[in-house]
Design a protein around this ligand. Structure first.
Ligand SMILES: [Zn+2]
Length: 314
């Protein structure tokens, strides 16, 4: 992955909540069920990784899922405090080449450009996702979240939350020391996929929460597929002036995305946590399924190829 040095970065949708979750000083301190499991080890941690944490994400104790209507959530949250100081120096693709924070902005800009064109073709009115980094804990439209939750998308405030230490400390540690610079773009691409699902009203279709054929797994595999179609298109995405954001996305990047998808497969997570593989407990799909659907998206370059809800074989 290389950024085009002359691409202009737009930091307007990217902010940082700082550490400790003190942003805004609001009263919302709803503990997340998954957030209290710090002692559960890496297995527990990864189970809730890369996630759209449905139950936790609906305001703590809600019914878990939006039902019917096909309406996206959120979009009215205009009073948020976004500290963009962390990203203030991210001006160009050259900055993205030398700074991980700026690279994150570049990835967001590319996703914004891609889905801004593609989401309307799928029938959605495009509203960009916000992206918020934090460390420790953060107050969100879905309640209080801690680093243990891993990256997640919160539908009510249409924001992707990322504890950036996750990528170094957790995920890359699971990749047999491989890691790599495309791990985070894959994760952000996946979470942005959840945002598109939200805009399309697909989240309302999710009825069954667990199992290898469950709607929850279909939702996650579709997000992987959306990450794949964006990856394919990434080199064609541009900044506001039409300058391409990426100079190159290469085979090594694809390999890293696939390795990441593999590492967060439910069967791998179950194996790492010391138990046997139990498909009935799956919420995100197996390593094989996740790689397959990322590849399906990448190979086709077409979001319409990502209909995991109609697929007879996942
Ligand atoms: Zn997910």
């Amino acid at each position: 992955m290389r950024f085009s040095p002359k691409a202009r970065l737009d930091t307007s949708r990217v902010g940082d909540a700082g550490s400790g979750g003190a942003r805004g000083g609001g009263p919302m301190r709803i503990p997340l069920p998954g957030g209290a499991k710090a002692g559960g080890g890496i297995g527990t941690l990864l189970v809730i990784v890369l996630i759209f944490v449905l139950n936790q994400c609906m305001g703590g104790g809600g019914t878990g899922l939006p039902t019917g209507g096909g309406q996206a959530q959120g979009g009215t949250d205009t009073g948020r405090m976004v500290d963009s100081e962390r990203y203030a120096n991210c001006k160009t693709g050259a900055d993205a080449e030398t700074d991980e924070d700026c690279a994150r902005v570049g990835v967001e800009n590319s996703l914004f450009n891609y889905w801004g064109d593609e989401a309307p073709k799928l029938g959605a009115e495009f509203v960009p996702a916000q992206m918020m980094t934090f460390s420790g804990a953060v107050s969100t439209g879905c309640g209080q979240a801690t680093s243990q939750v891993g990256p997640f998308y919160c539908p009510p405030d249409q924001t992707i939350y990322l504890d950036t230490t996750f990528f170094q400390d957790v995920l890359e540690g699971q990749l047999d020391g491989q890691g790599g610079e495309f791990v985070e773009p894959y994760v952000i691409g996946h979470e942005y996929g959840h945002h598109i699902q939200n805009l399309l009203g697909i989240m309302g279709q999710v009825q069954t929460q667990k199992g290898p054929e469950s709607d929850a797994v279909r939702l996650e595999l579709q997000a992987d597929c959306f990450a794949g179609v964006w990856t394919k298109a990434a080199t064609g995405t541009t900044d506001k002036s039409g300058v391409e954001i990426f100079a190159e996305v290469n085979q090594q990047d694809i390999t890293e995305a696939l390795d990441s998808a593999k590492a967060v497969g439910d069967d791998r997570i179950q194996q790492r946590s010391g138990g046997g593989v139990d498909p009935d407990g799956w919420t995100h799909g197996s390593a094989e399924q996740r790689m397959k659907w990322f590849s399906a998206g990448y190979d086709s370059g077409d979001p319409n190829s990502c209909d995991t809800f109609s697929a007879t074989t996942l």
